[in-house]
Design a protein around this ligand. Structure first.
Ligand SMILES: Nc1ncnc2c1ncn2[C@@H]1O[C@H](COP(=O)(O)OP(=O)(O)OP(=O)(O)O)[C@@H](O)[C@H]1O
Ligand SMILES: [Mg+2]
Length: 170
């Protein structure tokens, strides 16, 4: 069974590096799908919430769904700090009937993330890292969203965020 692997962690915590290494170990069966890279391709890297981001999320979702449908393992190395993003991915895993694994990088200290980020060619920058750090501190207690949350019923189809599973393609 295919598995959707999702990552969680601040910018600079090492998600992309780890995801690339994991894919490179078995490129025949694994692939990485990443919002930052899609944003670079679709909108030259510009982040415009509620304007271009829904397009990027739609392409991310349809890409993940299609790959899982075809039996590939997928890793999403987006930061997934908020539970909203994780819920979207968990719902995709539930609707696709695949496995689910969370790789949590939130243990990497923010100071280390800041240090690594500053050395990058294209740094995210300290203000954004601190903002996400505070979001992380304020994240709800309790378990992270998981596909089991959707086992009862998909109660809010009207809030579908481009998550519907398309017909299988050849
Ligand atoms: N375990 C590690 N030890 C030291 N440096 C690392 C480690 N993992 C990643 N790095 C370096 O830290 C920088 C950030 O790593 P990476 O791009 O994987 O972070 P990220 O979590 O994907 O960040 P973002 O959320 O901004 O995409 C890179 O330059 C990478 O080479
Ligand atoms: Mg990354």
């Amino acid at each position: 069974m295919a598995t959707l692997h999702v990552m969680r962690g601040l910018p600079g915590s090492g998600k992309t590096q780890a995801a690339k290494e994991w894919v490179a170990q078995n490129p025949e069966h694994r692939a990485r799908i990443n919002r930052d890279d899609l944003r670079q391709m679709m909108h030259d890297g510009r982040y415009i919430p509620k304007v271009t981001e829904p397009q990027i999320v739609a392409v991310r979702n349809i890409s993940i769904i299609t790959m899982l449908r075809k039996g590939f393992d997928v890793i999403s190395d987006d930061s997934n700090i908020t539970h909203v993003g994780l819920r979207d991915l968990a719902r995709i895993a539930f609707r696709s009937g695949v496995g689910w694994e969370v790789h949590d990088f939130t243990h990497v200290p923010v100071e280390e993330c800041l240090r690594r980020d500053a050395e990058r060619e294209r740094p995210v920058g300290a203000p954004i890292i601190w903002k996400l750090y505070h979001q992380l501190q304020n994240a709800p207690d309790g378990p992270l969203p998981s596909p089991a949350d959707f086992a009862q019923a998909d109660r809010h189809p009207e809030q579908d965020r481009g998550l519907s599973v398309p017909s299988p393609t050849t």
